[in-house]
Write a protein that binds this ligand. Structure first.
Ligand SMILES: Cc1ncc(COP(=O)(O)O)c(C=O)c1O
Length: 390
């Protein structure tokens, strides 16, 4: 039985043209872009061209006096850590501000660094979400208006949630923070390369993305940083990337990131097709499993995600049975034992115990086909029928 991959929010297969562009790059044998000799300078020229085109594709400012910066990192986790820690420490050094506010549904890479910073003297606070999984801007406003608002160092809200696909009101949140002179970061990992993202219009000070979520290579991501903002580094070493993220930059990985973004831009029809397949699967699943619930369905969602609860069916049992039936799906967040904890996202939405226990994520990507959706429905039906009779 051919496995059907429906876990694109976790990672995506690298596209053939991305792999080809990277292979050509390796064949050219670019050396260290930080070297002063000619081969090094050749690599530097290629890298800086890629960097400036990536900034352009993401709607940042790549030329002139007010140029935004693209810091290349190892991926979304590092970009989130660098943004939160870098902005929080810079704000504390400048004004003594020491509160970090983030939404209750952030990825563990945001929650993790915030909790670490709490051990270093920072205070942390979360913004609530409503029943559809959308950040409550009244809660954010109350936190920013509080007497202690001048102590807020940074606010972080993701652009789209990785478990539900729910899109967050980033532009409004960024505006609210800007009016108070507070740094605002967004984790746009589940949005960049899937729909068009415009850094300038969104108004965030820093924006995280990672190539492997949109058919690029694993091991490379970026942090867009608004012109004029200095981040305190996470790691220390050489002068690469102006010391903010030292370490030798890799031309081939950056080529893969660039090519994957380019492919997204050159395929404007891709998102509509993914939405068509997602809606078809979602409607059919609701029909074969009466009583099932789509988490986040009352909000604007990314086209590639379904978060569904089959009440009465445990998510871990469903995941294992689905895997056995050749369906690669996921539960909320994997824990150290390889099992899964109940999703903090579905819990934050105030869902019932039954919905929390039964929630799984199905996610589609550019390589999902109609045949796979048709076949997956048959397999889901068999799995659900079997588990319902236990
Ligand atoms: C919303 C979000 N942020 C950050 C990350 C981490 O990205 P990476 O795997 O590149 O470290 C992920 C990956 O699952 C994600 O979905």
């Amino acid at each position: 039985m051919k496995p059907i991959y429906l876990d694109y929010n976790s990672t995506t297969p690298i596209s053939a043209t991305v792999a080809q562009a990277m292979a050509q790059c390796y064949q050219k044998g670019y050396l260290n872009p930080a070297s002063q000799h000619r081969p090094g300078q050749e690599a530097r020229l290629v890298l800086e061209k890629l960097r400036s085109e990536i900034i352009d594709m993401l709607g940042g400012v790549s030329t002139g006096m007010r140029t935004d910066r693209l810091i290349l990192t190892s991926g979304g986790t590092e970009s989130n850590n660098l943004a939160i820690s870098g902005l929080a420490r810079a704000a504390r050094d400048a004004s003594g501000a020491q509160r970090i506010i983030f939404s209750a549904i952030e990825h563990p890479s945001v929650i993790g660094i915030a909790h670490y910073l709490a051990t270093q003297g920072f205070e942390i606070d979360t913004i609530a979400v409503d029943a559809h999984g959308v950040c409550d801007l009244c809660d954010l406003a109350a936190k920013l208006d509080a007497e202690s608002s001048d102590s807020v160092a940074v606010v972080s809200i993701m652009a789209a949630n990785n478990e539900t696909g729910v899109i967050q009101p980033i532009q409004s949140a960024a505006q609210m923070c800007r009016e108070k002179g507070i740094y605002f970061h967004t984790d746009a990992v589940q949005m960049v390369g899937k729909v068009d993202v415009n850094f300038s219009t969104l108004g965030a000070d820093c924006l995280t993305f990672t190539a492997h979520k949109f058919h690029g290579p694993r091991g490379v991501g970026g942090l867009l940083v608004r012109n004029g903002i200095e981040l305190t580094p996470l790691i220390y070493g050489g002068f690469q990337q102006m010391g903010t993220r030292p370490g030798t930059e890799d031309v081939a990985l950056t080529t893969g990131l660039h090519q994957a973004l380019l492919e997204h831009q050159q395929s404007p029809e891709r998102d509509a097709e993914i939405k068509r397949l997602r809606d078809q699967l979602e409607t059919s699943l609701l029909a074969i499993a009466p009583g099932s619930v789509i988490n986040g369905s009352g909000a604007f969602r990314m086209s590639h995600t379904i978060n569904i609860s089959f009440p009465g069916i445990n998510r871990q049992a469903l995941l294992l049975a689905a895997d056995f039936a050749g369906l690669a799906i996921s539960t909320g967040s994997a824990c150290a034992s390889g099992s899964s904890d109940p999703s903090h996202v579905i819990i934050a939405m105030g869902a019932s115990e039954e919905v929390i226990e039964g929630s799984i994520r199905i996610s589609l990507g550019a390589t999902t086909s109609q045949q796979e959706i048709d076949d997956s429905l048959t397999r889901f039906q068999q799995v659900i029928d079997r588990l319902s009779t236990l």
